[in-house]
Design a protein. Structure first.
Length: 188
Protein backbone atom coordinates (compact mmCIF):
# COMPACT_ATOMS: atom_id res chain seq x y z
CA UNK A 1 0.00 0.00 0.00
CA UNK A 2 2.85 2.38 0.85
CA UNK A 3 4.43 1.77 -2.57
CA UNK A 4 1.06 2.52 -4.20
CA UNK A 5 0.79 5.82 -2.28
CA UNK A 6 4.34 6.75 -3.27
CA UNK A 7 3.67 5.78 -6.90
CA UNK A 8 0.52 7.94 -7.12
CA UNK A 9 2.15 10.84 -5.29
CA UNK A 10 4.93 11.02 -7.89
CA UNK A 11 2.42 11.82 -10.66
CA UNK A 12 2.03 15.45 -11.87
CA UNK A 13 -1.68 15.54 -10.94
CA UNK A 14 -0.80 14.93 -7.28
CA UNK A 15 0.09 18.64 -6.99
CA UNK A 16 -3.63 19.31 -7.41
CA UNK A 17 -4.38 16.91 -4.56
CA UNK A 18 -1.93 18.80 -2.32
CA UNK A 19 -3.48 22.09 -3.42
CA UNK A 20 -7.06 20.96 -2.70
CA UNK A 21 -6.20 19.33 0.62
CA UNK A 22 -4.30 22.44 1.74
CA UNK A 23 -7.29 24.63 0.81
CA UNK A 24 -9.47 22.31 2.91
CA UNK A 25 -6.95 22.36 5.76
CA UNK A 26 -7.13 26.14 5.82
CA UNK A 27 -10.93 26.01 6.11
CA UNK A 28 -11.93 22.92 8.11
CA UNK A 29 -9.44 20.00 8.15
CA UNK A 30 -7.14 19.37 11.09
CA UNK A 31 -4.56 17.37 9.15
CA UNK A 32 -1.34 19.35 8.61
CA UNK A 33 -0.46 20.00 4.93
CA UNK A 34 2.89 18.29 5.45
CA UNK A 35 1.02 14.97 5.54
CA UNK A 36 -0.01 15.53 1.91
CA UNK A 37 3.33 17.03 0.84
CA UNK A 38 5.61 14.32 2.21
CA UNK A 39 4.79 11.34 -0.05
CA UNK A 40 5.27 13.29 -3.28
CA UNK A 41 8.60 14.78 -2.30
CA UNK A 42 10.09 11.57 -0.98
CA UNK A 43 8.80 9.63 -3.99
CA UNK A 44 10.50 12.02 -6.42
CA UNK A 45 12.85 14.86 -5.40
CA UNK A 46 11.97 16.75 -8.58
CA UNK A 47 8.41 17.18 -7.28
CA UNK A 48 9.51 19.31 -4.30
CA UNK A 49 9.09 22.72 -5.93
CA UNK A 50 5.62 22.12 -7.48
CA UNK A 51 4.39 20.51 -4.26
CA UNK A 52 5.62 23.43 -2.13
CA UNK A 53 4.01 25.91 -4.53
CA UNK A 54 0.72 23.94 -4.55
CA UNK A 55 0.66 23.85 -0.73
CA UNK A 56 1.48 27.56 -0.44
CA UNK A 57 -1.15 28.68 -2.97
CA UNK A 58 -3.75 26.31 -1.51
CA UNK A 59 -3.05 27.62 1.97
CA UNK A 60 -3.46 31.25 0.96
CA UNK A 61 -6.65 30.58 -1.02
CA UNK A 62 -8.07 28.56 1.88
CA UNK A 63 -7.07 31.32 4.31
CA UNK A 64 -8.80 33.90 2.09
CA UNK A 65 -11.95 31.75 1.99
CA UNK A 66 -11.93 31.40 5.79
CA UNK A 67 -11.37 35.14 6.09
CA UNK A 68 -14.38 35.80 3.84
CA UNK A 69 -16.50 33.35 5.84
CA UNK A 70 -15.58 35.28 8.98
CA UNK A 71 -16.27 38.60 7.28
CA UNK A 72 -19.51 37.86 5.43
CA UNK A 73 -20.95 34.60 6.73
CA UNK A 74 -19.88 34.47 10.34
CA UNK A 75 -23.41 34.27 11.76
CA UNK A 76 -24.26 31.24 9.62
CA UNK A 77 -21.37 29.25 8.15
CA UNK A 78 -18.71 30.63 10.52
CA UNK A 79 -20.64 29.59 13.63
CA UNK A 80 -21.33 26.16 12.10
CA UNK A 81 -17.62 25.63 11.33
CA UNK A 82 -16.65 26.65 14.85
CA UNK A 83 -19.27 24.40 16.48
CA UNK A 84 -18.34 21.38 14.33
CA UNK A 85 -14.58 21.73 14.03
CA UNK A 86 -13.54 23.65 17.16
CA UNK A 87 -15.61 25.26 19.92
CA UNK A 88 -17.03 28.69 20.75
CA UNK A 89 -14.60 28.88 23.69
CA UNK A 90 -11.60 28.29 21.43
CA UNK A 91 -12.88 30.90 19.01
CA UNK A 92 -13.30 33.46 21.82
CA UNK A 93 -9.79 32.71 23.05
CA UNK A 94 -8.43 33.06 19.52
CA UNK A 95 -10.31 36.34 19.12
CA UNK A 96 -8.91 37.73 22.39
CA UNK A 97 -5.36 36.70 21.44
CA UNK A 98 -5.78 38.13 17.97
CA UNK A 99 -6.98 41.49 19.29
CA UNK A 100 -4.08 41.63 21.73
CA UNK A 101 -1.21 40.37 19.55
CA UNK A 102 -2.31 40.82 15.88
CA UNK A 103 0.56 40.05 13.49
CA UNK A 104 2.39 37.89 16.06
CA UNK A 105 -0.63 35.57 16.21
CA UNK A 106 -0.69 35.33 12.40
CA UNK A 107 3.00 34.36 12.44
CA UNK A 108 2.46 31.84 15.26
CA UNK A 109 -0.42 30.11 13.49
CA UNK A 110 1.46 30.14 10.19
CA UNK A 111 4.50 28.28 11.52
CA UNK A 112 3.02 26.09 14.28
CA UNK A 113 0.26 23.50 14.49
CA UNK A 114 -2.14 26.06 16.01
CA UNK A 115 -5.22 25.87 13.75
CA UNK A 116 -4.85 28.48 11.02
CA UNK A 117 -8.53 28.25 10.10
CA UNK A 118 -9.66 29.69 13.45
CA UNK A 119 -7.34 32.63 13.03
CA UNK A 120 -8.58 33.27 9.49
CA UNK A 121 -12.21 33.24 10.68
CA UNK A 122 -11.31 35.64 13.51
CA UNK A 123 -9.42 37.93 11.14
CA UNK A 124 -12.46 38.20 8.89
CA UNK A 125 -14.89 38.59 11.76
CA UNK A 126 -12.76 41.36 13.30
CA UNK A 127 -12.24 42.93 9.86
CA UNK A 128 -8.48 42.78 10.30
CA UNK A 129 -6.80 44.37 7.25
CA UNK A 130 -7.00 41.64 4.63
CA UNK A 131 -3.76 42.55 2.84
CA UNK A 132 -1.76 42.39 6.07
CA UNK A 133 -3.42 39.10 7.05
CA UNK A 134 -2.86 37.45 3.65
CA UNK A 135 0.61 38.95 3.18
CA UNK A 136 1.97 37.79 6.54
CA UNK A 137 0.23 34.42 6.09
CA UNK A 138 1.72 34.00 2.63
CA UNK A 139 5.24 34.76 3.78
CA UNK A 140 5.25 32.54 6.85
CA UNK A 141 3.08 29.65 5.60
CA UNK A 142 5.15 29.48 2.40
CA UNK A 143 8.32 29.62 4.50
CA UNK A 144 7.08 26.74 6.63
CA UNK A 145 6.26 24.62 3.57
CA UNK A 146 9.56 25.55 1.90
CA UNK A 147 11.59 24.47 4.95
CA UNK A 148 9.74 21.15 5.22
CA UNK A 149 10.01 20.65 1.45
CA UNK A 150 13.72 21.45 1.44
CA UNK A 151 14.40 19.01 4.30
CA UNK A 152 12.44 16.27 2.54
CA UNK A 153 14.25 17.05 -0.73
CA UNK A 154 17.67 17.12 0.94
CA UNK A 155 17.17 13.90 2.87
CA UNK A 156 14.89 12.21 0.35
CA UNK A 157 16.51 8.77 0.42
CA UNK A 158 16.48 8.57 4.23
CA UNK A 159 12.98 10.04 4.35
CA UNK A 160 11.77 7.49 1.80
CA UNK A 161 13.12 4.63 3.90
CA UNK A 162 11.63 6.05 7.09
CA UNK A 163 8.28 6.76 5.42
CA UNK A 164 8.01 3.23 4.04
CA UNK A 165 8.80 1.77 7.44
CA UNK A 166 6.77 4.12 9.66
CA UNK A 167 4.14 5.75 7.41
CA UNK A 168 1.13 5.11 9.63
CA UNK A 169 2.99 6.15 12.76
CA UNK A 170 4.13 9.35 11.03
CA UNK A 171 0.57 10.13 9.94
CA UNK A 172 -0.77 9.55 13.45
CA UNK A 173 2.06 11.68 14.89
CA UNK A 174 1.18 14.52 12.49
CA UNK A 175 -2.45 14.39 13.58
CA UNK A 176 -1.40 14.34 17.24
CA UNK A 177 0.86 17.31 16.50
CA UNK A 178 -2.17 19.19 15.11
CA UNK A 179 -4.23 18.25 18.16
CA UNK A 180 -1.42 19.55 20.36
CA UNK A 181 -1.85 22.85 18.57
CA UNK A 182 -5.48 22.86 19.66
CA UNK A 183 -4.40 22.06 23.21
CA UNK A 184 -1.86 24.90 23.15
CA UNK A 185 -4.50 27.37 22.06
CA UNK A 186 -6.86 26.28 24.85
CA UNK A 187 -4.12 26.55 27.50
CA UNK A 188 -2.98 30.05 26.50
Amino acid sequence: MINKILDHSSKPWYSWIVFLMTVCESIFLFIPPEVFMTPAIIADKKRARPIIVAAAIGSIIGGAISYMIGLWLFDTLGVWLIEHFASPEKFELTKALFIKYGVLIIIATAITPIPYKLLALCAGFLQYPVLIFLGVSAIFRTGRFAIIGFLLWRFQERANTIFKKYSWQITVAAIIFALLGLLIITMI
